[in-house]
Design a protein around this ligand. Structure first.
Ligand SMILES: [Zn+2]
Length: 292
């Protein structure tokens, strides 16, 4: 775990999202939960040693952000956008979310497998106790949490701005130095949300994936999305079909996948092309598992 400011911690070194903790004088607030269970339990212990865990905010409904919610049941008040429960991602392939998570643990966190509850007892808590529509403020101790709906990467996307710490925790509105997933994106909304992030008065942005950055990274993320659109647009202008775009366009050599998921590279390349193609052509080609 890294300490970002006096009261904000995150872990950008593990597979899955960057789970974060904000400490206040009245207890802590978690923002997203780790997919690597042993790390999640370490973070919980670290927080509980300093006081109660009061809130759990989820920035989105993708499995790597909500997998660990189970371990906060009956402990923290859960908070998220009103669309969170309707925005669950069907993980690619034959596995459901539970088996997908078991598979991740088997491959990357074997020692924590025996702490995983049986299927019938596992609760993802995808329906937050408190929901909001556009903006919500939470005050805990002397700390304010300003939650903003920042749709784009996903429909329920939420940014958590903590003015006293001059930090914003963005979930997957920002991918830093790793592949950007557009598989569930509303591209216009995403660009607009990046413009909004630019207006926040912060020293640090905690992305969904990759290292913590300053605000100047927002321009890079925006440019990368335009590059994706540009590449697919160039294909379309050559008369390429969606299949030809999928076959010929890849940003795989530009940067790695986030930690621990190189196997998802093809999925991201193929579906980013399809999302950009649909955006540019007004078509509705479905996502695919891979190139074929
Ligand atoms: Zn995501």
């Amino acid at each position: 775990m890294q300490q970002i400011t006096k009261n904000v911690y995150t872990d950008t070194t593990i597979r899955g999202c960057n789970p974060s903790i904000v400490f206040t004088t009245e207890g802590s607030v978690f923002v997203d939960t780790a997919q690597i269970l042993s790390k999640l339990l370490e973070m919980r212990t670290f927080a509980l040693e300093r006081g109660p865990i009061r809130y759990l905010i989820n920035t989105e409904a993708h499995i790597d952000h909500i997998f660990g919610n189970h371990w906060f049941a009956n402990e923290a008040i859960t908070v998220g956008h009103e669309k969170l429960a309707d925005d669950l991602w069907k993980v690619p392939g034959p596995l459901d979310a539970y088996d997908y998570s078991i598979d991740v643990l088997e491959r990357q966190d074997k020692e924590a497998l025996d702490k995983m509850p049986p299927r019938g007892e596992y609760i993802m808590m995808e329906r937050p106790d408190i929901t909001f529509t556009d903006h919500m403020s939470i005050k805990l101790g002397d700390t304010h949490f300003e939650l903003y709906h920042t749709p784009g990467h996903s429909a329920c996307q939420t940014a958590v701005y903590v003015p006293e710490e001059r930090v914003a925790i963005l979930g997957d509105t920002l991918f830093v130095d790793c592949q950007t997933w557009l598989h569930s994106a509303d591209i216009d909304a995403l660009l607009k949300s990046l413009d909004f992030v630019d207006t926040l008065d912060v020293d640090y942005l905690i992305p969904g994936h990759g290292p913590v950055v300053k605000k100047d990274y927002v321009a890079k993320q925006r440019a990368f999305i335009y590059e994706w659109l540009g590449a697919v647009s160039a294909g379309i202008s050559k008369g390429w079909s969606v299949d030809e775009c999928v076959a010929n366009i890849s940003f795989a050599d530009r940067c790695p996948m986030d930690i621990g998921q190189p196997e998802m590279m093809e999925y991201v390349q193929v579906n980013n092309v399809i999302k950009c193609y649909n955006y540019l052509m007004g078509t509705n080609h479905p996502l695919r598992l891979g190139a074929n």
